[in-house]
Design a protein around this ligand. Sequence first.
Ligand SMILES: [Zn+2]
Length: 193
Amino acid sequence: MADTVLLIVDAENDFFPPNGALPVPDGTSIIPPINRIIVYATDHGWYVVTTRDLHETEHDGWPLHCKRNTWGAEFHPDILLPEVFVVVSKGTRPGEGAYSGFHSPDGNPEHSKLHTVLQRLGVKKLVIAGLATDYCVRATVLDALRLGYEVVVLEDAIRGVEVNPGDSARAIQEMKDAGATFMMADAFMQNSA
Ligand SMILES: [Zn+2]
């Protein structure tokens, strides 16, 4: 099972209510299932990989969030990350937005740092949780599928921004249509044990 990675998307303070700069409604609900899957992942010898927004400036009209060296860019303190995990930063250039963890400056996900790391680790399957369903989770999942990874999304371990009502449902349908499997975290762990 070491060809599987738990990928946690952008679980940074700025995306969580009540004090984040860009809080995802009900975002803290994802923390308990994420903590359970982290234990499961480490018990099964999977690597844990986290993406994070790490910005210098605002982008795409969003308020400034996840600014380097600020509280907002730190991982939520209630998420019990393992002793060893991989961090992939994105959106680090001024004005750069990077919804996908597979963002590459040249626009080709095959050249992204995340894909390079996963290839070196021999990863074939990604189990994905994090924020937000309709932006960074969506973009990361769609790129992962294009790159040929098998993708399971833990549906109780994601939440959406919902700028427009229905955005999350549309994003989930789009990910399913592209080939992602959606499961509740506990059901996933029981079925995979
Ligand atoms: Zn951002």
